[in-house]
Design a protein around this ligand. Structure first.
Ligand code: 9MR
Length: 354
């Protein structure tokens, strides 16, 4: 018992005393980002203050997806993007674009029209990307050009995608080429989940990347979403990061969070192994966050460190609870917007000597 109290209290005290005056962005050697849903976000002063204090890169969690932008043919809704872009400019933050093409956010009208008139889809792809990327040329620093083009596991191209169904895998390279034509300076990413743990999936992504590089398809980065669980081994993460970094491309941890419970990646719904978060779990999570940053810093060469972005930064608003209908505590800040040991672990990972 005494040993347990010691094990918990000492590191907790250490984490807290270490971190009283930390601003993440000021101690980080690379940009630190978070996603936000701009409307509820701007209404919450405490959230905005925290975001400004700790982050210098911002991603939209939802508002920049195709189904939000082109709800009807020919009608673009830019208002929310303009709001988030203004926020980024005013607060001197890097604006990251998530995402141009994703099967999941392709609106129904696009899917229907593509099935009626398959030749139209490529024209639409070009028109949509050209319109969107040119509007924010020089403003949006980098884009997730294509998101999740591979199956959840195993490494096959994702079949249930209107893009693949009609255009085959060529839609991916076309999307990169169209985006690059309009904004040659934008950093263009392929973004996916589970590539930090599923080596078959990662290998397929890397095969695609190497083919792109050989043929001059303008890809500049790989986004590891990095939605991880406590039990994903560090060795596997280190191995996959190294393989990806060996391409020489930018590496973005684009949607980072660390959960305790498990969920099915193919559909909603989770398995709640843990109903409550205890001190021991908090410290284990702090260590995992620390390990993750240390791996990023030591494995990915400095000039390829595009940054670490969190998919939301507090447990109260995390997408995990809504999306999988389960409880969890994946973020750096808790339900009351106070920093968790995870925050201090992450900070230590940013600053400790390698
Ligand atoms: O967190 C996002 C959630 O609010 C949206 O409802 C959902 C569908 O658009 O997308 C979630 O974000 C996903 C991201 O865009 C791509 N990678 C997985 C993220 C979590 O599902």
């Amino acid at each position: 018992m005494i040993r347990l109290i010691f094990l918990i209290l000492v590191p907790t005290f250490f984490f807290h005393s270490f971190g009283q005056n930390i601003n993440l962005k000021d101690i980080s050697p690379f940009p630190i980002g978070t996603s936000v849903r701009i409307q509820p976000f701007l209404k919450d002063k405490k959230l905005v203050d925290l975001q400004k204090r700790h982050f210098n890169s911002i991603t939209s969690g939802n508002d920049m997806k195709m189904y939000e932008i082109i709800k009807k043919e020919g009608v673009y809704y830019w208002d929310r993007i303009d709001t988030i872009v203004n926020y980024a400019k005013t607060n001197n933050q890097r604006m990251f674009g998530h995402n141009l093409i994703w099967h999941f956010s392709t609106p129904r009208w696009v899917r229907n029209k593509a099935r009626e008139n398959p030749a139209w889809l490529d024209k639409f792809l070009k028109e949509y990307i050209t319109e969107y990327v040119s509007r924010y040329k020089g403003v949006i620093h980098g884009w997730d050009v294509v998101n999740e083009a591979f199956e959840a596991s195993g490494g096959e191209y994702r079949k249930e995608s209107i893009w693949y169904e009609i255009m085959g895998k060529e839609y991916i390279e076309k999307a990169f080429r169209y985006a690059h034509e309009v904004d040659p300076d934008a950093i263009l990413f392929y973004n996916d989940f589970n590539i930090e743990r599923d080596t078959s999936k990662l290998n397929s992504v890397l095969e695609m990347v190497s083919d792109f590089k050989k043929r001059g398809v303008p890809i500049s980065g790989i986004g590891f979403q990095m939605h991880i669980r406590m039990d994903i081994p560090n060795e596997v993460i280190a191995y996959t990061l190294k393989k990806a970094a060996d391409t020489g491309l930018q590496i973005h941890l684009s949607e980072t969070d660390i959960i305790f419970n498990i969920h099915d990646d193919n559909k909603g719904g989770g398995v709640e192994r843990y109903k409550e978060l205890n001190e021991e779990m908090k410290l284990a999570q702090a260590k995992k966050y620390k390990d993750l940053v240390l791996m990023y810093r030591s494995i990915v060469p400095k000039e390829q460190q595009y940054g670490i972005t969190f998919w939301g930064f507090n447990d109260r608003d995390t997408w995990i609870r809504r999306f999988f209908n389960m409880n969890d505590w994946p973020c750096l800040f808790d339900d009351n917007l106070n920093p968790k040991p995870a925050f201090y672990g992450f900070s230590q990972g940013l600053t400790s000597e390698l």
